[in-house]
Ligand binder design. Structure first.
Ligand code: PNW
Length: 493
């Protein structure tokens, strides 16, 4: 029995995203998104996979609510598909009542079961209508206004029952994979041979600013027009690994590790979450501007915030930091000057340190090793720098070899069980160190479309049979509740 280490009222549950599970892409008036387009390109850039059916959650949501109930979940994080609500995406485009009706059924179904909805407004599925109209996230002025209007529709129609909002999921991945490497929709890049358009040195930074301003505008709208009556909270989910120096004795590697985290997290957290008590060597960074290390490397490729932008940023007080955490790495400085295509801070990222010591146990996907010790440090660092309550909005893994496993093998997910236990203990540790961590969402409720990796990697606590769409709980799904109870969480509360 683990020592009680989490608060009794700790929030917890499971997370998903619309395009990864819903399917029904052309039903009830849903408009296409950039992911529909991207998954249907020839030659394929998603291992032949698309989200046309996915887990068919759109038709099977009642069964999925039953799973949540069975797993004892206190909360459920899902995303709304913007193009179900506003099929063409723009602020003057019509609202689709059938799309509203679907999410009403989902929200009401959760509440009937005593499960708290946590709603992400944007999990990478930009309406194709505004991609076509003005280039989507590349038009900073248009996209932030369209996002604000879409967010307002959601607050208006769902905010009487939804009290926990996440504006954007992982703007870093949207910006970099969408516009630097081209690995995700809209697939733009000037370095990827499969991309037909893009500009890696400039576009990711523009898309990043568009998302920062979209977050700020929607938070400002919530605070002004909805919070007084709805009394909810609103945050953003940022990804970002923890980095340690490749050579613990080399100051240049220590700086590289910190710089890497600024390029991952500070990019968005600085302008969005007015940094409270910055680390001493970062004190030079302007309050709420991008991190100084980014400005130094990227110069005016990083679009500045105008006084009007700052007015919006300063009017948008964000309630919490949503942390998507999967893994950690080592950072090794480079001595040559950075390439224009660099987006990580001119360094190498490695899974072994100078002495060949692995950062953690390998999982079922190359980029993820289990590093709970560094997770604990990460929580403390993020809390120290940004000073906001933290909710872990994603954490999880595929087990080694799980992509090749049968259902019977996959449900025996010992690696995942240990991963969850170790990461919950890290949260307990960080809480003991003083970090304010208030909740945890396991990624994911079920195996689903892992974006450009297709249906291979299985991050779910529920096994999805993609031929029959039958769901089967893995052992971890049923054990998570017990793990939380053992750590002091009131699971009946
Ligand atoms: C997140 N990486 O994305 C997303 O929010 C989820 O939709 C996704 O399914 C989940 O993590 C698992 O991948 C990431 O390469 C994608 O480091 C890639 C990385 C990290 C997060």
């Amino acid at each position: 029995m683990a020592t009680p280490s989490l608060p009794p009222n700790f929030e917890w549950g499971f997370a998903t995203a619309a395009y990864q599970i819903e399917g029904a892409v052309a039903e009830d008036g849903r408009g296409p998104s950039i992911w529909d387009t991207f998954t249907h390109l020839t030659p394929t850039r998603t291992k032949g996979a698309n989200g046309d059916v996915a887990c068919d959650h759109y038709h099977r949501y009642e069964e999925d609510l039953e799973l949540l109930k069975r797993y004892g979940a206190k909360a459920y994080r899902f995303s709304i598909a913007w193009s179900r609500i506003v099929p063409l995406g723009g602020r003057d485009d019509p609202v689709n009542e059938a799309g509203i009706a679907f999410y009403n059924k989902l929200i009401d179904g959760l509440l009937e079961k005593g499960i708290t909805p946590w709603v992400t407004l944007y999990h990478w599925d930009l309406p194709q209508g505004i991609e076509n109209r003005y280039g989507g996230w590349l038009d900073v002025e248009e996209s932030q206004r369209d996002f604000e209007r879409y967010a307002r529709v959601c607050f208006e129609r769902f905010g009487d029952r939804v009290k926990n909002w996440i504006t954007l999921n992982e703007p870093w991945i949207q910006s970099i994979f969408g516009y630097a490497t081209g690995g995700n929709a809209p697939g733009r890049s000037s370095t990827n041979p499969q991309s037909t358009a893009g500009n890696t040195p400039t576009e990711p930074w523009i898309a990043g600013k568009a998302q920062i301003m979209s977050h700020a505008r929607s938070v400002a709208a919530y605070n002004k027009d909805f919070r007084p009556t709805q009394n909810g909270q609103i945050g953003i989910s940022l990804n970002g690994d923890f980095y340690e120096p490749w050579d613990a004795d080399d100051d240049r590697d220590k700086e590289a590790a910190e710089r890497r985290m600024e390029f991952h997290i500070g990019w968005f957290a600085n302008p969005i979450l007015a940094p409270a008590n910055r680390a001493p060597f970062l004190v030079g960074s302007l309050k709420q501007d991008y991190p100084k290390v980014m400005r130094d490397q990227l110069g005016d490729r990083l679009p500045p915030f105008t006084p009007a932008d700052f007015a919006i940023l300063n009017s948008a007080e964000t309630d919490f930091y949503g942390m998507n955490y999967y893994t950690s790495q080592f950072a090794h400085h480079r001595t040559s000057p950075p390439s224009e295509n660099d987006y990580i801070g001119n360094l190498d990222e490695l899974q072994e340190d100078k002495n060949g010591v692995s950062v953690g146990a390998e999982s079922g996907i190359h980029w993820l090793r289990s590093c709970p010790g560094m997770f604990r440090k990460h929580l403390s660092r993020v809390y120290r720098l940004y000073g906001k309550p933290i909710y872990i909005t994603e954490n999880g893994c595929p087990c080694p070899g799980e992509d090749k496993m049968t259902r019977a093998e996959s449900v025996e997910d010992a690696y995942r069980i240990k991963y969850f236990e170790d990461h919950l203990d890290a949260i307990g540790g960080a809480t003991g160190d003083g970090a304010d961590v208030r909740g945890y969402f396991a990624w994911s409720l079920m195996d689903n479309l892992e974006w450009s990796d297709g249906y291979g990697p299985r991050f779910g606590v529920t096994f999805t049979d993609y031929d029959t769409l039958e769901r089967t709980p893995k052992k971890s799904a049923l054990l998570l509740q017990k793990m939380l109870a053992e750590r002091g969480v009131d699971i009946n509360g």
